[in-house]
Write a protein that binds this ligand. Structure first.
Ligand SMILES: Nc1nc2c(ncn2[C@@H]2O[C@H](COP(=O)(O)OP(=O)(O)OP(=O)(O)O)[C@@H](O)[C@H]2O)c(=O)[nH]1
Length: 195
């Protein structure tokens, strides 16, 4: 018997840091150089095995443009985890990430798992944000941190695995509460390895 847990996850961060590209790489193993900015938000799901459970990520990819900022609470409310993304080549995007963390701490769910993604690590020759800064900051707020490249498929699955590990395992005596459905004879979806 495998338990499937539905976990709402939202992506937050400046426009252009690569939130949609990360989701697209994770869910479809695809990268689009000409991806359009998100309008409002978009939704995708992916189920991955985690120990004796299946984690079905219900992923809300929010729009980073300032004009959509006021919509964000709809997506982080009730989220089990937030992926906060910055672009390692843009210091400003790291400053924006800190603002998102502050907002989540003030208005987000109490036990939300926070994962920081320093995206575009394929462009490390024009890096503005040292990895050390991100690690120290993540440690100070108890967040998972990883540098990713949606373009080159680096650390995208690891990012979501890091979230899965921070989600407390279900109490075995619970009977399908917390959005959990118990399934028999289900084969976990295979994790595709990226190049
Ligand atoms: N080099 C490089 N470019 C990337 C990477 N990820 C995304 N991009 C590019 O960055 C640009 C913005 O990517 P998006 O995924 O639309 O960014 P976003 O954060 O979803 O933007 P909004 O929808 O406006 O919030 C696009 O031109 C992508 O092709 C990456 O890992 N490396």
């Amino acid at each position: 018997m495998m338990a499937i847990r539905e976990l709402k996850v939202c992506l937050l961060g400046d426009t252009g840091v690569g939130k949609s590209s990360i989701v697209c790489r994770f869910v479809q193993d695809h990268f689009d150089h000409n991806i359009s900015p998100t309008i409002g938000a978009s939704f995708m799901t992916k189920t991955v095995p985690c120990g004796n459970e299946l984690h079905k990520f219900l992923i809300w990819d929010t729009a980073g443009q300032e004009r959509f900022h006021s919509l964000a609470p709809m997506y982080y409310r009730g989220s089990a985890a937030a992926v906060i993304v910055y672009d390692i080549t843009k210091q400003d995007s790291f400053n924006t990430l800190k603002k998102w963390v502050k907002e989540l701490k003030e208005h987000g769910p109490e036990n939300i798992v926070m994962a920081i993604a320093g995206n575009k690590c394929d462009l490390s020759d024009i890096r503005e944000v040292p990895m050390k800064d991100a690690k120290e900051y993540a440690e100070s707020i108890g967040a998972v941190v990883v540098e990713t490249s949606a373009k080159c498929a680096i650390n995208i699955e690891e990012l979501f695995q890091g979230i899965s590990r921070q989600i407390p395992p279900l109490d075995h005596h619970e009977n399908g509460n917390n959005g959990t459905i118990r399934l028999g004879n289900q084969t976990p979806q295979t994790i595709r390895r990226c190049c």
